[in-house]
Design a protein around this ligand. Structure first.
Ligand code: C5P
Length: 310
């Protein structure tokens, strides 16, 4: 299925949760060195890119009204960067994003859309770049974009963009308490710096207990070692998130954590049934504006319609 007859390509891309997020000191460039363990989870956006006379972004789905369609849109920035990098002829495209991943929720929704767009454009424009080249371009778009391409479970270092795959067994059942008001990632990092003051912050390194828990496939072991240095800063900016976390734990979650820079709170459960029970309890309590369920790990960005070699 290749050739110019294909006018559009659709890519499905997952959200992520950070099972571990260790934040180092602020760097000169404003970023922070991280040691993080990403897991791709089964909440997906779908991005369809088609050739068009002018660049345009359209967003549908539950959170469409929260997504910018101008130059601030990460997917548009990614497509234009790829076009410049490859000197693609007449690259102008219509980028349609169907969202199911919470916006500004700490689940890398915008990064996922950017990753999906890179892969879709790569196929639509007939570039067929090596995944490692796409990953380099992805890293220029945002710290979480390379992981959305890769999926699975990976340790992220540097800004979170340098990835090493992690061996893991089985599948984990997550429940996500979604907030209808997002948190700004730069503000959460800034709050992290403010709370730390002049404390000496060591270089972040992955925890060995985390690697062992992932290898064991044991959800209870994983629940015990969930760790996020951005959790306290997120609580500091949004105190009610602590109530959400406490509620999930009280309703029987094995463990819980703020996802990335928040405000989504992620809970680990034992099974599909356990996850369903937790969803019902959280929904009934009214602590979260929306509750979602997903398994992880899942694959990274994949072409689902249009020219594909995968
Ligand atoms: O790379 P990305 O665009 O996702 O980062 C958004 C913001 O999050 C950055 O501008 C920075 O303020 C903060 N950040 C950071 N250190 C990282 C990743 C992100 O300080 N490793």
């Amino acid at each position: 299925m290749t050739g110019p007859a294909h006018r559009s390509v659709t890519v499905r891309v997952p959200a992520k949760v950070n099972c571990e997020l260790r934040v180092g000191p602020r760097r000169r460039d404003g970023f922070h060195d991280l040691s993080t363990v990403f897991m791709a989870v089964g909440l997906h956006d779908e991005v369809t890119v088609s050739r068009a006379a002018h660049w345009r972004v359209e967003v549908t789905g539950l959170y469409a009204h929260l997504v910018p369609t101008d130059e601030a849109n990460l997917a548009l920035r990614a497509a234009k960067l790829l076009a410049r990098h490859t000197r693609a002829a007449r690259p102008a495209s219509l980028i349609r994003i169907d969202k199911d991943i919470p916006v500004a929720g700490g689940m890398a929704g915008g990064s996922a859309d950017a990753a999906a767009t890179l892969l879709a454009c790569d196929h639509l424009w007939g570039l067929r770049l090596d995944r490692s080249v796409l990953a380099e371009i992805a890293a220029q778009v945002g710290s979480d974009v390379p992981f959305a391409l890769a999926g699975g479970i990976a340790v992220g270092s540097g800004r979170g963009d340098r990835l090493a795959p992690v061996l893991a067994r089985g599948s984990f059942h997550w429940v996500f308490a979604v907030s209808d008001v997002g948190l700004s990632t730069p503000e959460v990092y800034a709050e992290c710096d403010r709370l730390r003051g002049s404390d000496r912050i060591p270089t972040p390194e992955p925890g060995t207990a985390m690697m062992a828990a992932l290898r064991s496939g044991d959800a209870e072991a994983l629940a015990e070692v969930l760790h996020n240095d951005l959790q306290e800063p997120a609580f500091s900016l949004r105190p009610e998130l602590r109530t959400v976390l406490d509620a999930g734990l009280e309703f029987g979650a094995l463990g819980g954590i703020v996802s990335g820079s928040g405000p989504t709170v992620a809970f680990l459960t034992r099974s599909t049934e356990h996850a369903l029970d937790l969803c019902v309890a959280l929904t009934a309590s009214g602590v979260a504006s929306e509750v979602k369920r997903a398994k992880g790990p899942v694959h990274g960005a994949q072409v689902v319609a249009g020219p594909s070699r995968d």
